[in-house]
Design a protein around this ligand. Structure first.
Ligand code: G3P
Length: 223
């Protein structure tokens, strides 16, 4: 399983890039809006500037989402986003009938696409039928409504494997390390993780204690 960072924050992206473990970045209107406080011009135009900066910082795939919900407008906005870096940007679109039409058109133009806001196996099946490159199932938001979000990942991976589906799964709405462990155990291709959680993944109390003991023992030799 490979790692995406779920963030549009420049400092966070720079910091995680340094660790050398990043395979991509997922953004969405909510994450971009957090970077656009106190702006006076068109937010979509401003969000493109943020995405441009991200593309310059790190040479990985960056999932970017249009805000419109009508097919023609989804395509129009996606093309604007894809223009930022046709090599890096993947158009991430909520799964609706309008979104399906948009993905069909973008695929005909040979652009990479993703379906987001996936909450059921049936939605994942429709996405596979559309031969989209990625899907983003949201595990945390399923937990929020009393379901076990990662059960969906188990179902999707089983069925995708059964039919040798080429669409890759990026587990999203990740809220805790348990989500990440389960996603890996169920064979998810990618997990997109918020900044703080990456540090939680890499830390362990015994690692910190162990380092201190090494230092203390080493210093005793010098005395
Ligand atoms: O990856 C999608 C993510 O940004 C949404 O997370 O916590 O708002 O459900 P959350």
């Amino acid at each position: 399983m490979k790692l995406f960072l779920d963030s549009a924050n420049i400092e966070e992206i720079k910091n995680i890039k340094e660790l050398g473990i990043l395979n991509g970045i997922t953004t969405n209107p909510t994450l971009l809006a957090k970077q656009l406080l106190n702006i006076t011009s068109d937010p979509f135009k401003e969000s493109k500037k943020v995405l441009e900066e991200i593309c310059k910082i790190i040479d990985v795939e960056i999932l970017a989402e249009p805000v419109s919900t009508e097919y023609k407008k989804i395509v129009e906005e996606s093309l604007q986003l894809l223009k930022i870096s046709p090599k890096q940007i993947v158009a991430k679109i909520p799964l609706t009938s309008e979104g399906l039409k948009a993905v069909k058109e973008l695929k005909q133009k040979n652009f990479k696409t993703a379906f987001t806001l996936i909450f059921s196996l049936n939605q994942a099946l429709i996405a596979a039928m559309a031969e989209v490159d990625y899907i983003c199932p949201f595990v945390g938001r399923l937990d929020d409504i009393g379901q076990i979000g990662t059960d969906l990942i188990k179902e999707i991976m089983q069925v995708y494997k059964l039919y040798n589906v080429k669409t890759k799964v990026i587990v999203a709405s990740v809220r805790n390390v348990e989500h990440i462990k389960k996603s890996a155990q169920y064979g998810a291709d990618f997990v997109t993780v918020p900044y703080k959680l990456i540090y939680e993944m890499l830390s362990h109390e015994l690692t910190t204690k162990g380092i201190q003991k090494f230092i203390d023992d080493w210093n005793k030799v010098l005395i």
